[in-house]
Design a protein around this ligand. Structure first.
Ligand code: CTP
Length: 400
């Protein structure tokens, strides 16, 4: 089955938190993403959720007790511990974290955690004071030092009526963390990737702007792929419709000038720079400080060219630094892309055909070509954006 979790064997440990019901959604998304999921409910978790829901979602027997007679040998704990690609404990209570930190093995989940060599990802959920307690923090540090991973917790209103840190972080963040951990190719480990993403909005007055169309999907997927492959990622993002990965450092900007300033501050330390933003080519000369009133007369705007951020990168780059840009064109794609590659002194251009049915904007697929100086364009045909980002970083890694 295709998807971000294709063919992965995942053990989903659910412990006794009020957030246990959210584990159903997590299980469902993992299965949708192609994973084979075995849910394990601790005794306390069963006070909040039942095995039947997880069995319906995963199509597998849910494990509820240490000594139950298992129908299928593949979920016998040592065998599953061996085969699992990931142990995800969501929600993870203070107690389950404490037991894992101290090697206590008194039920199926804690026993199997000791037996597995698979990565273990905890998504904590508890009261703020319990989370901040020195004992819990020390347990988390112990587990991290041993190579376990944590995602969250989030902040907000807690079931106990308090507001603070301790909420189970939203399922999309948990799935994203699992996706990053499950990627075996870590060829960008230690590399710093800087990405521009989204559109820019150039103000006309305090309520109006001119700008390009951009969902920010490509920037998001590039950031996620770089994280999966081990890079640390910074995204300078203009306005966009999709959230950026939780593990990326995000600098939000509005205008092209702000985007350039943010890039200037971070460019020198980046190993790889990718200009994926749809930057508005012009800005309005003198944006009004007050809202423009409609008076029935024609309005003429005077526009000034915006700085070219990709070209800035092309001028500034030092040996070994890789710069990548995009070219989205309705016609003469390759010719324009080649011109941009040379003019902006980039190491690679991803050329996208726009317009028509599989228009690059907002779509999940793109017609794409990869162009590098001195080589014939590599045609990737109609490709899912997720796969495209993989191909882009394969090409970037080859250039490094
Ligand atoms: N780009 C940029 N800063 C700009 C304009 C473009 O960084 N002010 C980057 C884009 O992020 C993209 C590449 O340059 O990676 C090409 O963008 P595109 O809009 O296709 O090209 P332009 O240079 O603006 O040329 P035109 O609009 O005339 O096609």
């Amino acid at each position: 089955m295709a998807g971000p979790f294709a063919d992965k064997e995942i053990v989903l440990g659910v412990t006794g938190s009020i957030a246990a019901y959210k584990a159903c959604e997590i299980a469902s998304r993992l299965v949708e993403g192609g994973a084979r999921v075995t849910a394990v409910l601790t005794k306390n978790a069963q006070q909040f959720v039942g095995p039947a829901s997880f069995e319906a979602i995963t199509g597998r027997r849910t494990i509820t007790g240490m000594f139950e007679r298992l129908e299928t040998p593949e979920i016998e704990h040592i065998s599953l511990a061996r085969r699992a690609n990931l142990f995800l404990i969501a929600p993870a209570t203070a107690n389950s974290i404490a037991k894992a930190a101290h090697g206590i093995a008194d039920d199926w989940l804690s026993t199997t955690l000791l037996a597995t060599r698979a990565p273990v990802l905890f998504a904590p959920a508890m009261n703020t004071h319990m989370y901040q307690h020195a004992a819990t923090q020390a347990n988390i540090q112990t587990l991290k030092a041993r190579g376990c991973y944590f995602v969250g917790p989030g902040s907000g209103a807690l079931a106990c009526g308090e507001i603070g840190e301790g909420r189970l972080i939203d399922p999309p963040a948990i799935l994203e963390a699992a996706n990053i951990l499950l990627c075996e190719k870590k060829d960008l480990a230690g590399k710093k990737v800087l990405i521009t993403s989204g559109a820019t909005h150039e103000p006309l007055d305090p309520v109006r702007f001119i700008g390009n169309r951009s969902s920010g999907k490509m920037g998001r997927m590039l950031a996620l792929e770089a994280l999966r492959r081990g890079a640390s990622v910074t995204v300078v993002s203009g306005p966009a419709h999709v959230p950026l990965p939780y593990d990326a450092a995000v600098i939000n900007v509005k205008t092209a000038q702000e985007m350039l300033e943010a890039v200037k501050e971070r460019f020198a330390e980046a190993d790889i720079f990718i200009a994926a933003a749809a930057v508005a080519d012009y800005r309005i000369d003198n944006p009004a400080e007050e809202k423009h009133k409609r008076n029935g007369e024609a309005l003429t705007l005077s526009l000034t060219p915006n700085p070219d951020i990709a070209a800035y990168a092309g001028i500034q780059k030092r040996p070994g630094q890789i710069t990548v840009g995009f070219a989205a064109e309705t016609h003469d794609l390759i010719a324009y892309a080649e011109e941009k590659l040379a003019k902006k002194n980039l190491d690679m251009i991803v050329a996208n055909q726009v317009g028509g049915e599989n228009c690059a904007f907002g779509s999940d697929t793109a017609w794409a070509w990869l162009l590098t100086p001195g080589n014939p364009p590599e045609q990737l045909h109609l490709i899912a954006k997720e796969e495209l980002t993989g191909r882009i970083f394969d090409a970037v890694a080859a250039l490094l």
